[in-house]
Design a protein around this ligand. Structure first.
Ligand code: C2E
Ligand code: MG
Ligand code: MG
Length: 647
């Protein structure tokens, strides 16, 4: 048996003749709730029919005999150990007998027969065909078989007594028609709930159902789930409106459908997510080939009205295997899709068990981060920023560390991404802003005569999109009594460009507060001149990858020089990051970088250590590395010196 075929062992649902509807199996809790309701209704029949029998003049013994016909199935329906079918059959047959007893007690009145149809409507709640079958068999059996053996027990009229099977057929016909109407309405409502309103495709519930009931694979064949997420759908939606977004989704759904083989199933999971069950494939290579083909199909331009759009998608593949349920298979494909997205999108990735363990680790990390935030396990270290003209520390960069209870001091690389993904970066970032402002205000107060030291705080993309950011910054400045000009917020180009329209007003509002803005890691991102011109930033931080290679790579020197000159031309100051050697520092100074930061000048350190460095810079490591460099008296921008000249 192939792996895919083994999934069959998970097939749920009842065995049924081909012509009967199967229906979705109700979840256990839903079924139990409905069964309780219907069984309660059945038990209500006991006193009601007993009272009605006495009212109609029956003696107590006969009345008891009549209601015992209901009480027995009603008791069976309460036995939890019995399966769903046995218990629903007991309740159904009890309710049908109840209707029959009512007819009997009422002397066969036509009106009492209506109760059958009320009961049939109630039985629809079981969403199974068996109750209807039982009702049909009961009615036909009672009118036909009992009617033939003991006609007076069933019929009053001599004409009817002679033709029990004719009346059995008539009553049965009505019950069959009413059952059909009820089953039809249940099935149509169910179909509605199993399909996506926009594209008409099966939805997530329907897909999961199909996965659970996957047909057996042929030998050496298997099945796979492809999880598809459009990469740029949000942009199209935002740029052209939801109508165009909807039309795009419909067009792409049709396109995917056209490229599938019969037997494959396409579903829309919601938003811009689709999934495909690809059946009867030889293995992962064939699944990849299918995915690549679909990816190319999606990438062809789509015309929506007079707009032409290009779509691209990230796809994850998970192959069916013996131990994986349908829901887990979909989750695995989803994890693989996220991997494709992390790798830049517009690609296909295949599920590996490590993806799951990494996801579990991320979830655990998020939970740990929540605790860490509540228990204040974070600390800030401060790295000095030195003015290359005066050789004095003019500021610091606040860098977060996690004092983990078991793993020691963790660097931001270990947790910032998880904090960002979980949204925890917003409260965490607010804590960083408050703490850095408080520390800097304390330093400034302890040195009232010195030029006020500044602090730089890193902002993550998520924080920039947070509406409360400006208020958080204003509040931190107000509460700590720090002058806004002493706070610099570091942003990266990527975080602005990702959502330019949303972040620009925030950046301007921050500038209005009086804080300065620095473009961090400059040179590694888009480094787009048109963006740089538009951003209200006051300084640029050259990424340490350029500084680190200054000596080895002459081109890097040219790049650093170009960045410095460009920034100066735009009226911005420049801080070079990652200065580790005296030579690098000399080159940076020669190229007229305004400030430098790096291990040479001081590593990120706890506030108490940094205080000593600020108070007595001549005694600290700064003096050793800077004493060789001339202090610039005035006019920073006088001599153009390249690194080559330095060499
Ligand atoms: P960044 O803002 O570019 O910070 C500079 C990083 O370079 C720091 O790493 C610092 O320790 C390191 N560094 C400084 N000088 C040198 C050097 O001479 N050589 C080398 N090899 N490295 C040097 P760290 O502290 O691990 O921080 C890494 C990144 O984490 C930061 O890069 C920043 O993007 C992020 N980060 C740190 N703290 C925060 C925070 O509070 N909030 C947010 N959102 N991100 C933060
Ligand atoms: Mg930074
Ligand atoms: Mg940086």
């Amino acid at each position: 048996m192939t792996k895919g075929a083994t999934m069959l062992s998970k097939v749920q649902g009842s065995r049924r003749p081909w012509f009967l509807p199967e229906g979705r199996r109700l979840p256990d809790e839903v079924w139990a709730q409905r069964h309780r309701g219907l069984t309660f209704l059945l038990w209500l029949h006991v006193p009601a029919l007993f009272g009605f029998a006495l009212f109609r003049g029956y003696d107590v013994a006969t009345a008891l005999e009549q209601i015992s016909l209901i009480a027995v199935p009603a008791a069976v329906a309460l036995v939890d150990k019995l399966g769903r079918n046995a218990r629903s059959s007991a309740t159904s047959i009890g309710l049908v007998i109840g209707a029959s007893v009512l007819v009997h007690i009422s002397g066969g009145s036509i009106e009492a027969h209506f109760q059958f149809f009320v009961i049939l409507a109630f039985l629809t709640l079981y969403q199974a065909w068996l109750p209807f079958l039982l009702a049909l068999l009961y009615v036909v059996g009672e009118h036909g078989i009992v009617g033939a053996i003991d006609p007076r027990a069933v019929y009053n009229n001599p004409a009817d007594i002679a033709q029990p099977w004719k009346w059995a057929a008539i009553h049965g016909g009505f019950v069959l028609a009413a059952s059909f109407a009820n089953v039809l309405s249940w099935r149509l409502t169910e179909q509605e709930a199993l399909h996506d309103g926009l594209t008409g495709l099966p939805n997530r519930a329907s897909l999961l159902d199909a996965l659970e009931k996957m047909p057996p694979s042929r030998p050496h064949r298997t099945s796979a789930v492809l999880f598809i997420d459009l990469d740029n759908f949000k942009d199209a939606n935002d740029a052209f409106g939801h109508d165009v977004g909807d039309a795009l989704l419909i067009a792409l759904a049709h396109r995917l459908q056209r490229h599938l083989r019969t037997g494959d199933l396409l579903a829309r999971l919601g938003g811009d997510e689709f999934a495909i069950v690809v059946n009867d494939i030889s293995g992962v290579d064939e699944a990849k080939a299918v995915a690549e083909r679909l990816l190319s199909a999606l990438e062809e331009p789509v015309c929506v009205g007079d707009v032409t759009l290009g779509a691209c998608a990230s796809m994850g593949i998970a192959l069916a295997d013996e131990s994986t349920s349908g829901a887990d298979l979909l989750r695995n494909a989803d994890l693989a899709m996220y991997e494709a997205k992390r790798d830049g999108g517009a690609r296909v990735a295949t599920y590996r068990p490590t993806l799951h363990s990494a996801a579990v680790r991320r979830t655990e990390l998020e939970a740990e981060l929540r605790v860490a935030l509540a228990e204040e396990q974070f600390v800030l270290h401060y790295q000095p920023i030195v003015d290359l003209a005066t050789h004095r520390i003019v500021g610091t960069e606040a860098l977060i560390r996690w004092q983990h209870p078991t793993q020691g001091l963790l660097a931001p690389a270990e947790f910032i991404t998880a904090a960002e993904q979980s949204g925890l970066i917003v409260p965490l970032g607010a804590w960083v802003i408050r703490t850095a402002c408080k520390q800097t205000a304390t330093w400034q107060k302890s040195e009232p005569d010195a030029a006020p030291i500044t602090v730089a705080v890193n902002l993550s993309p998520r924080q920039l999109l947070d509406r409360t950011l400006v208020a958080t910054v204003a509040e931190a400045l107000h509460d700590t009594d720090l002058d806004p000009s002493s706070l610099c917020l570091e942003i990266t180009e990527g975080s602005v460009i990702k959502d330019f329209d949303a972040t620009m007003p925030t950046l301007h509002a921050l500038r209005t507060l009086g804080v300065s803005l620095a473009l961090d890691d400059f040179g590694t991102g888009y480094s787009s001149l048109s963006y740089l011109k538009q951003l209200p930033v006051t300084s640029v931080k050259i990424d340490r990858s350029f500084v680190g290679d200054l000596e080895a790579n002459a081109n890097n020197g040219q790049i650093v020089l170009a960045i410095i000159e460009l920034a100066h031309a735009l009226g911005m100051s420049v801080t070079a990051e990652g200065a580790e050697t005296v030579q690098q520092l000399a080159a940076l100074k020669a190229m007229r970088s305004d400030m430098a930061q790096g291990y040479l000048l001081g590593r990120p350190m706890p506030p108490t250590d940094l205080r000593a460095t600020i108070m007595e810079p001549e005694a600290g490591p700064l003096s050793d590395c800077l004493f060789e460099l001339p202090i610039q008296a005035a006019g920073r921008h006088d001599a153009a010196v390249t690194t080559n000249e330095q060499d």
